[in-house]
Design a protein around this ligand. Structure first.
Ligand code: AMP
Ligand code: MG
Length: 487
């Protein structure tokens, strides 16, 4: 393994230093034939990384973990997780490595992390690998989420490894280089708690406070303040998912961050028609992670976080539980407030519009969209035209256009701001049929659909000629969409 000075960035090993019990030093597996498929040059610049160097063989080596920058000590991170409700005490990075942390151009500490870099001591039965399709899916969707203004881990690059990975069939292997404000998860706290080592739990909380919620350090009860900050961040995040029509698909506690960034894009997808029961993941048989269940699941996951940190909240167990409960009770009102404010913005209504009017109007609209199977994203964008007096685009979305007329008249009477709506209602999202066609082409070696789709979804609000098909709903014969965890 070569050791290279990445001239531009020094990687710190802060996580490994603060929490050695949760970090296993490890190396990536060799890669037969590394080929850079896609690199986010803007993100590279933000991280202070030299784009030309990243594109060089040594840079690509760093992006797959076979070239380790000087001073870096890659680690696999330990964490636990509640998966579909059942607790697994030892999950951890089975196929991922934290290369280290770097300070970006804005002075923020960011993790540089690899996914698909080979088996680690946490791999259990897995092969430690990832494939081109799912890694490009994460690249596309995380880029789209970022452009929509939704907190997310970022994708720096996807590199094809030249290795065949055995899933249902042989698939081309890939490594994703990911950037996050940290990879601390609810499951990280569950792991620390499971060890029974309260000192480790405290160091983990201190690490999380200093990285994400520094104001909590000044609070009378810092760990309680940390928990409250995570409750806030997740309430806001999940409200943004719901407003955008995003279904994460596998909201296990190991896939929920302390930072409030969306993480671990697996069987995720955006809804077409508005329907709270929408499930895309082929393994989510009970609909636990259905679109409409996401707020309740987030709250459930936060209760698991509360249980994990109880010993830090108060020496008296009963008192600790009471503190945790009252903090957790803030989730619903925070979520409701964030969602309502976001929905007002989608409807172009001023913040001071009478809630007693807006709330039933919104409920009525969602009922209409659901009953008539109207495409969610198309509707809100078309609604701005109605705000300008042209109701044809929204009427066109209903088989019986008269069904929306009365609602539209009520809404227009509130004086919506159509231009403001166009700034919050996207035209271009990674629609499921577009993602599928892009990934199929990429796996066959054609990357041009990928760059066109990225072009559209990274400027989601700006209407551009030539991109009409990226704004259109799937043809009805696209059928019932299924996403697979077979990542
Ligand atoms: P995920 O479903 O990606 O959130 O992963 C859940 C757990 O399974 C994590 O501990 C992963 O590291 C592990 N895992 C997923 N796929 C693999 C794989 N191919 N090899 C080893 N571990 C894996
Ligand atoms: Mg995961």
């Amino acid at each position: 393994m070569s050791v290279t000075p990445l001239s531009t960035a020094a990687l710190d090993r802060r996580f490994a230093r603060d929490l050695p019990e949760m970090a296993v030093s490890w190396q990536a597996e060799p890669v037969p034939d590394a080929r850079l498929l896609v690199l986010d040059e803007d993100l590279a610049g933000e991280l202070g990384l030299d784009v030309a160097e990243l594109r060089s063989p040594q840079g690509v080596g760093m992006l797959v973990g076979t070239t380790v920058p000087v001073g870096a000590t890659p680690v696999a991170q330990a964490y636990s997780g509640h998966q579909f409700g059942g607790f697994s005490p030892r999950l951890g990075d089975g196929r991922a490595l934290l290369l280290g942390e770097l300070v970006d151009a804005h002075g923020r500490v960011r993790d540089l992390h690899l996914k698909g870099s080979g088996r680690t001591p946490f791999a259990r039965g897995g092969d430690g690998l990832a494939t081109v399709g799912p890694m490009l899916r994460e690249y596309i969707v995380s880029n789209a989420m970022h452009a929509l203004g939704i907190p997310t881990t970022r994708s720096l690059a996807v590199v094809a490894t030249g290795r065949t990975v055995h899933r249902e069939t042989g698939l081309p292997g890939a490594v994703l280089a990911r950037v996050a404000s940290s990879h601390l998860r609810v499951g990280s706290f569950e792991y620390a708690r499971t060890t029974g080592d309260v000192d480790l739990l405290r160091r983990l909380a201190d690490h999380a406070i200093s990285r994400h919620h520094p104001a909590a350090a000044e609070a009378e009860n810092p760990c309680l303040a940390l928990f409250e900050a995570v409750v806030d961040a997740q309430a806001s995040l999940v409200a943004q998912w719901m407003l955008a029509g995003f279904v994460h698909g596998v909201m296990n506690t190991d896939n929920m961050t302390i930072s409030g960034e969306t993480i671990d894009y697996g069987p995720c997808a955006f809804i077409n028609a508005f329907d709270p029961d929408t499930v895309y993941s082929s393994i989510d048989h009970s609909g636990r992670y259905a679109y409409g269940n996401q707020p309740a699941v987030a709250e459930w996951n936060l209760a698991r976080l509360a249980e994990a940190v109880l010993p830090l909240l108060h020496a008296d167990g009963k008192h600790a539980v009471a503190l945790a409960m009252s903090a957790l009770e803030k989730f619903r009102p925070r979520y409701d407030a964030a969602w309502s404010a976001g929905m007002r913005a989608k409807l172009g209504l001023p913040g001071d519009a009478d809630e007693a009017v807006v709330s039933p109007l919104t409920a009525q609209l969602l009922g209409l969209l659901q009953a008539h199977h109207v495409d969610y994203t198309s509707f809100f964008r078309a609604l701005a035209a109605a705000g300008r007096g042209d109701t044809a685009p929204i009427r066109h979305l209903f088989t019986d256009p008269a069904r929306i007329d009365e609602w539209t008249a009520h809404w227009r009477a509130l004086g919506p701001d159509a231009d403001a709506m166009d700034r919050v209602n996207p035209l271009y999202i990674p629609r499921n049929h577009l993602v599928e066609e892009t990934l199929t082409a990429a796996v066959d070696g054609d990357l041009s659909p990928l760059s066109r789709l990225l072009d559209a979804v990274t400027a989601p609000y700006d209407e551009r000629p030539g991109l009409e098909r990226y704004a259109a709903a799937a043809a009805p014969d696209f059928g019932t969409y299924r996403t697979f965890c077979g990542t």
